[in-house]
Design a protein around this ligand. Structure first.
Ligand code: SAM
Length: 200
C-alpha cells in the first residue's frame, strides 16, 4: 500500500478528471455510489465517463436540481438512480439488499440532516460511514473518494480512515491532500478543503 500527500490544486476539476480517467480506463462496467451528492457535479462527471450512478441526497430540491444538471448535460438517458434519503439509512438498506458498487464518492458537510431529521456531524459520523460503505463495495473496487470542506481537519485524518477501513479489505493506494481554488490574477491558490482517496 502506498501513501502520497499532495499540495493544493484546483479541487473539482482535478478530482473529477481523476474519476473520469479511472472510469474510462477501467474498461468494465463501473457502478458509482455518490453520497451527499448535492447538485450532481460528480454524478454528471461519472455518467459522462460511462459509469452508472446512484445519486443520494436528503434534500428533494437538490435532487431535482441534479436531475436538471444531468438533463442539460445531455445525459438523461444514461443509467442514474436518484435517491432522496439519509445516507446512513440508505447504505444500510443497500447492505440488506446485497447491492454493491465499484466506486464511492462522498462530499460530507460539517453538519447536515437526513430526511427524517437524522443528524450528520462530520467529526462524529465520518469514520462509521466510511466503514459501513466498505460493506457495499464490490469484490473489485475502483476507487473511494472523500472530499471535505469542514475546517480544522487534517487531510491525513481522511487517509487514516481509508487506511483503517477500505485498505483493511482491499489492496490499493491512498492519497490525501488539500484542495484549493486557483486565483485568476496571481499564481496563488486559496485553500478550500481536503480530500482523501483510495484507488485499486
Ligand atoms: C455536498 S454537501 C455540502 C458540503 C459543504 N461544502 C459543507 O462543507 O457543508 C451537502 C449536501 O449533503 C446533503 N446532506 C446533508 N446531510 C445529509 C444526510 N444525513 N443524508 C443525505 N444527504 C445529506 C445536503 O442536502 C446537501 O445537498
Amino acid at each position: 500500500m502506498g501513501f502520497k500527500h499532495t499540495g493544493l490544486f484546483p479541487e473539482q476539476a482535478v478530482n473529477w478528471d481523476w474519476m473520469r480517467n479511472k472510469i474510462k480506463k477501467a474498461n468494465r462496467e463501473i457502478k458509482v455510489l455518490n453520497l451527499f451528492a448535492y447538485t450532481g457535479g460528480a454524478t454528471v462527471a461519472c455518467l459522462a465517463a460511462g459509469a452508472s450512478v446512484c445519486h443520494v441526497d436528503s434534500s428533494k430540491g437538490m435532487v431535482t436540481w441534479a436531475k436538471e444538471n444531468v438533463a442539460s448535460s445531455g445525459l438523461s438517458k444514461r443509467p442514474v438512480r436518484y435517491i432522496v434519503d439519509d445516507v446512513v439509512k440508505f447504505v444500510n438498506r443497500e447492505i440488506r439488499r446485497g447491492n454493491k458498487y465499484d466506486a464511492i464518492i462522498m462530499d460530507p458537510p460539517s453538519y447536515g440532516r437526513g430526511t427524517n431529521g437524522e443528524v450528520w456531524q462530520f467529526e462524529n459520523n465520518i469514520y462509521d460511514l466510511v466503514e459501513l460503505c466498505t460493506k457495499v463495495l464490490s469484490d473489485t473496487p475502483l476507487f473511494f473518494l472523500i472530499n471535505s470542506y469542514t475546517t480544522g481537519i487534517s487531510s491525513s485524518v481522511l487517509a487514516n480512515i481509508l487506511n483503517l477501513t477500505v485498505s483493511k479489505k482491499y489492496k490499493g493506494n491512498i492519497e490525501s491532500g488539500e484542495i484549493g481554488l486557483p486565483m485568476e490574477k496571481s499564481s496563488l491558490v486559496l485553500p478550500a478543503g481536503i480530500f482523501g482517496r483510495w484507488e485499486e
